[in-house]
Design a protein around this ligand. Structure first.
Ligand code: NDP
Length: 326
């Protein structure tokens, strides 16, 4: 019997929800019945046909998947296991998670951490996992809660919201920066932010060294916001950079690095090693308030993903979006 699969396919001619059989799925040692995916900034770019994410066509979009193993040639995985795979080329060079069935390379997949349901893991998705990698890096660089507040930029976004939650849970004072303070100030406070910083305060060309006030920064915005955040980081602080929601540019100078010993730490979730992935998911299981996560998550079906992607790019969504496939 031919097993028909539904998925969002990116082609040169456009992006559509299509039906296809298993031969479309490509190579991989593990077949997954996908139960959930989610919507990240990169997904929004891919499903609205923008360049920069999908590098070969036709390709199934979706940088995350959560599901059960249906077939496996990988000794780590057995039929019925729940797994999560984030990045690892999904929706870039390999078919991704916006598909009711996927054939993946099982090497970078992670078992669901104790304490998080499949829905919660997918709701967190790459954004949550990247927030966890960022927080882990800050802690690894030696920043402690007593050292001063941690600035989170793009705080109402996926990475920013979860970073705010994780940092607050770990005892850090969080200064949340947003361009949507009036609408979402209370939301950020409910996630654990104790200071709210209007995005405008971090915009515009600033001096390379400004009043030092943050022990660390989790940045997903880039551009002048990142440059000004670096310029306000306390001596020996760490700034993690994972995103470019504002700009890919970094109009900074070496001054904060050579005069204040600031560390700029890049975060790449796509090819992070398995050990870091497992640690990040454990941190999320420990630090995320799942009731709060549910409140900040909206649910959509596969046929709503393209429209939701456009809304995300238009600034009309906040928090996280869970995609239900089964
Ligand atoms: P979201 O769209 O959920 O959040 C981005 C947030 O950035 C927005 O909510 C907004 O926050 C802020 N923002 C949006 N546009 C602008 C702008 N023009 N100028 C300044 N701020 C802006 O995206 P994600 O959280 O999913 O991802 C954020 C970034 O991180 C993206 O660039 C994404 O590609 C990147 N990323 C990178 C990863 C990696 O492995 N390196 C992994 C995951 C994400 P507010 O309104 O509160 O200011």
């Amino acid at each position: 019997m031919i097993h028909m699969i539904q998925g969002i396919v990116v082609r040169e001619s456009g992006v559509e929800l299509e039906q296809f059989d298993e031969s479309f799925l490509g190579e991989g040692d593990v077949v997954v019945d996908v139960a959930y995916s989610d919507l990240n900034y990169k997904d929004a770019l891919a499903v609205t046909g923008r360049p920069g994410v999908v590098r070969t066509t036709p390709l199934i979009a979706g940088i995350d998947l959560v599901g059960t193993v249906a077939e496996s040639d990988d000794p780590r995985w057995s039929v019925g296991d729940w797994i999560v795979l984030n990045g690892a080329g999904l929706s870039e060079t390999r078919n991704g998670g916006y598909s009711t069935r996927a054939r993946i390379d099982g090497k970078l997949a992670v078992a669901l951490p104790d304490g998080l349901s499949p829905e919660a893991v997918a709701s967190l998705g790459t954004a949550g996992y990247t927030a966890a990698l960022s927080v882990m890096r800050i802690v690894m660089e030696g920043v402690n809660p007593g050292d001063g507040p941690v600035l989170v930029t793009g705080a109402t976004g996926g990475v920013g919201s979860i970073a705010t939650m994780l940092l607050a849970a770990a005892g850090f004072e969080v200064a949340a920066s947003t361009g949507r303070l009036e609408r979402f100030g209370d939301y950020l406070t409910s996630l654990g932010a104790s200071q709210l910083v209007p995005r405008a305060e971090l915009e515009g060309a600033g001096k390379p060294l400004q009043k030092a006030q943050y022990a660390a920064v989790v940045d997903s915005v880039g551009g002048e916001v990142l440059a000004n955040a670096i310029a306000r980081t306390l001596p020996n602080g760490t700034v993690t950079a994972c995103g470019l929601a504002g700009s890919h540019k970094l109009p900074s100078s070496v001054m904060p690095f050579i005069l204040r010993g600031v560390t700029l730490a890049g975060i790449d979730s796509v090819w992070a090693p398995l050990e870091d992935r497992a640690d990040a998911w454990r941190l999320l299981a420990k630090g995320v308030d799942t009731t709060q996560l549910e409140l900040m998550t909206s649910r959509i079906a596969l046929d709503e993903v393209i429209a939701a992607g456009q809304q995300l790019l238009d600034g009309e969504r906040h928090g996280r979006t869970l995609v239900t496939l089964s």
